[in-house]
Every structure is written in C-alpha cells, then in structure tokens.
Design a protein around this ligand. Structure first.
Ligand code: GBH
Length: 483
C-alpha cells in the first residue's frame, strides 16, 4: 500500500456515511423518566470511588430532554448518519423476556428516530452499549448466566419490530472485550466484579470474563439470526457487531513480538472460533462452543464493525491474560513516542496505523468496514477555559490524520470503507473517568448544558463537505455560529 501524503486523495463515494457516535448512558441522563428501569451503571457510577471525579449518569448531557437540540446540532455539522444506542432498561425495565415492555421508552426512541429522518440523518443503532438492566444482574448474575442470551434476543426482537421499518443499520454489541474484561476481570466498569479485593467484594477474574464474553458472543449471534430470519426479509437492513480494534505493531522484529502483535488482532467472531493462543492460555477455562453454536457465530456480522482509536507496539510477555499475555507500549525501541499523547494513557495519535489496520482487515476478511468510533481526548481539556478548549489543536491534528488515512485507504488502496463515526458528538460521561476526560467535538458546559462546537467539529464538517462526492443532501451550516 502507498504511504504518500503529499497529494490530496480522491474524494469518497457519494453514499459514504459519516456522522458522530454516542451511547445512551453517556448522554441521556433522565434516568428516572418515562418508566426506565435501572442499569448496572446507575448504582456503579453512584458508588463513591468508582468514577474518577465522582460523576454519574443522572444528568450527563441531558440529551433525553434535549434531543431536538442535539439533532439540530448534527444538522449544523452536516452529518449523513448518527450512531446512538438504545438503553435496554428503557425498553424492558426489568430486562427479561417475560417482563413487561415499556411503551413510553419505545415512543421516545421512535420520536427520536423520526426526528433524525426528518432532518435527513440516517439512524445507526447500537442495541447494547453497556447498560444492562440491573434487574437481570440481581436476578441471575446478568452476563454470567446463560439465560441472558435469550433475554437479549428478545430485547433485540422488540427493537427490530418497533424500529426496523426506519432503522436499516444495526449493531448488536459495543466492544465485548470491555464488557467482559473491564466489567468482570479488572472490575473498573460496571458491575465491577474482580478478584482484586481492593476493588470488589466478589468475582473471579480467572474465569468470569471468559464466561461473560462467551454469552455476549452467543447473544449477539442469536440476535443476528433473529434479524436475518424474521426481520431482514421485510426491512432489508444490515446487522453486525463492533469490536474495539486498535492496530498492533510488533515492538521489534523478534518472532515472539511479531506473534504477539498478531494475537492482539485475532478475534473469535470473524475467525469463527477462539484463536489457538486463547486455548493455550486458558485451557479448561475457555468455554466451548457446540458445533451448532460455531455455525451460529461464524459469519454473524454483515460487515466489519470497528471502534479504533490508536496503535499499540506489542511485546510478548507479562502475565496479563486480558491482553493475551501481550504488553503494550507507545515508546519505540529508540526511545521516541509513536504520536501525540491524549488525556488517556491508552491513546496516542498514529494515523498510519489506522490506514494499515483498514488494509489488513479488508484483505483478511473481505467484508465492508464500518468505522463506528474513532476519537481523541485532549490532555487536561477539562481544566481549560472555554475559549482554550474550543481550540482543540491536538484533536484537529488527530482527525486530519485519520480522515486522510481513510480517504487514502479507500481511493489508493481499494479498501471498502462505508462509514466513519468520530467519537463523540458531545463531551459526555466517560465511564470510569467521569467527566474529566472529554472526547467531544462539541464542548459541553455542564453547568448550563450549552453546547459549543470545537475547532475539531468544524474541521470534520468542512472536510466531509469537501471530500465526499456531493449527493446534494447535506451541507454544514456552522457559519450560523454555536448551538
Ligand atoms: C470506546 O471504547 C467506548 O465505546 C466509548 O463508550 C468510550 O467513550 C470511548 O471509547 C472513549 O473512551 O485503561 O486498561 O482499562 C474504546 C476502547 C477500550 C479504550 C478500553 C479504553 C481502556 C483500557 N477502549 N480502554 S484500560
């Protein structure tokens, strides 16, 4: 593949989808409105010590109440699509397949989807972005119990039936690795189970993450089968999963580090089985798919859905099973850094890695790629004045590199990338980081809830207006000023 960045790449095709991504618990607030049940993040985030600044999701960006304002903002940016998630406990407050469906929750998302469509914006829906109904956790241990597979499938069917006439793009799960490892291994995300007794009173990090991941995969695949059998024939949409997939470079040329980088890239959904090194690492602790389940899982995504933020240099070794016994670093063997450091320790800017990842995945799996998240948190942005935060130069640099990488992957390397969703429309509730880490292209003043487009948001609006073949539908209107 080429590395040239001197000439401008060709424009993206006119059906290329771009827009911003968000997730229900990170933006909605209104946690007690319209019959919503509790999610595992409600109590977890309200428990002292679980989020860095003590923040919780009770108000967030107040987007449940302000949804028309948010959609007007999306329109100002000129997006063609919007990726958001549905909160399971708003649809089925107690979560289970025998529990009542909440018509008010359905009505809200239905109105929301109508408002998007009225504004020419394509809805792109995630069914599960980490807000499991608390009732299922209490009833049978949530993701730890096989029961959850049928309950998730039922919830998915309710959503397909209610919204499938208007929603043609579905994601079942956001990042199974985070659900499993961060929720049930490291215990830093809800429900916060871990063998580390300083974090959690309960949990077994040697087995639970793998059990949870197994159920998440089966729940995903069951929902996909339901969609393909009962809804796709009349609705004609596409469905898949999104994984957190960062590019992996070997730290150096040694065979063990080259193998380590490969381990960091392998996953069971697209391979259709657990990778060999997982068997070696976990032995009896790795759950087993029956032959029927393997058939169910294999091919269970119509596209390669991927949240990607950075590139890691990989070294074999260490004892962290959650990273497949691979150590990550951003410091090259010559002591230099891979890229610009973000506010989060795990994130540096490295656009060439993004282009290489797109090429690798397309050659390996030959499926269209939907980039469902990509973004950057500027260091100490939370402590800046509004004026300084709006001039988010490091985020602009990040998106300049990433958009160039996408355009070149498509136009010069022939990779079939269909969508790009920068994370995120708004600064929002950043899970265990609370409100301290800001990923928005729009600044949110949490006192007034006013939204202010940052330079990065304006950059993206302009870039996509200029670099996608014009379909004549949307034009950014940021000259009219802030929101
Ligand atoms: C996304 O995950 C999430 O989908 C989104 O909700 C979130 O707001 C966004 O990232 C920004 O963080 O420090 O060892 O605990 C991106 C993938 C994987 C990145 C887990 C952070 C933390 C690893 N994430 N990782 S650790």
């Amino acid at each position: 593949m080429g590395n040239s960045t001197s000439t401008p790449p060709a424009r993206l095709p006119k059906d290329f989808m771009w827009g911003f991504a968000t997730a229900s618990f990170q933006i909605e607030g209104s946690t007690d409105k319209d019959g919503r049940g509790k999610s595992i993040w409600d109590d977890f985030s309200r428990t002292p010590g679980k989020t860095r600044d003590g923040g919780n999701g009770d108000i967030a960006t107040d987007s449940y109440a302000r949804y028309k304002e948010d959609i007007a903002l999306l329109r100002q940016y000129g997006v063609r699509a919007y990726r958001f998630s549905i909160a399971w406990p708003r649809i089925i407050p107690l979560g289970g397949r025998a529990d009542p469906v909440n018509e008010r929750g359905i009505q809200w998302y239905s109105d929301f989807i109508d408002e998007l469509i009225k504004n020419g914006i394509t809805p792109f829906v995630t069914l599960y972005h980490w807000d499991l109904p608390q009732a299922l956790h209490e009833r049978y241990g949530g993701w730890l119990n096989r029961e959850v597979v049928a309950d998730f499938e039922h919830y998915a069917r309710v959503c397909f039936a209610a919204f499938g006439d208007r929603v043609k793009y579905w994601l079942t799960m956001n990042e199974p690795w985070c659900v499993s490892v961060l929720g049930y291994g490291r215990g830093v995300f809800a429900p916060g189970r871990s063998s580390d007794r300083a974090r959690s009173a309960e949990g077994d990090s040697s087995t639970e993450p793998w059990i949870v991941a197994h159920h998440v995969i089966l729940a995903h695949a069951s929902a996909v089968r339901a969609y393909r059998e009962s809804f796709k024939p009349k609705h004609g949409g596409v469905i898949g999963i999104t994984l957190n997939g960062d590019w992996a470079l070997p730290y150096d040329d040694s065979p063990e580090n080259v193998a380590a980088a490969q381990h960091a890239l392998d996953d069971p959904i697209y391979l259709g089985h657990y990778p060999d090194f997982m068997h070696e690492m976990l032995g009896e602790r790795l759950p087993v798919f029956t032959p029927d389940e393997l058939t169910l899982v294999k091919g269970s995504s119509d596209f390669y859905g991927m949240n990607t933020y950075t590139t890691n240099l990989c070294k074999a070794g260490g004892d962290d099973e959650f990273q497949g016994l691979v150590e990550y670093t951003f410091t090259r063997s010559n002591g230099t850094q891979l890229g610009t450091q973000a506010h989060c320790a795990w994130l540096q800017t490295y656009p060439q890695g993004f282009r290489d990842l797109l090429n690798y995945l397309y050659k390996k799996y030959k499926k269209p790629i939907y980039v469902t998240e990509n973004g950057f948190a500027v260091k100490d942005e939370h402590a800046m004045s509004l004026e300084d935060a709006l001039h988010d130069a490091d985020r602009v640099e990040y998106f300049r590199g990433m958009t160039d990488a996408i355009a070149r992957a498509v136009a010069e390397d022939g990779v079939d990338v269909r969508a790009y969703f920068p994370w995120s429309l708004l600064d929002n509730f950043e899970w265990a980081d609370g409100y301290e880490t800001r990923f928005g292209v729009t600044y949110v003043d949490y006192v007034t809830q006013k939204r202010y487009p940052k330079d990065s948001g304006k950059f993206l609006a302009k870039w996509f207006a200029e670099n996608v073949e014009n379909s004549g539908s949307t034009t950014p209107r940021l000259s009219t000023g802030g929101a």
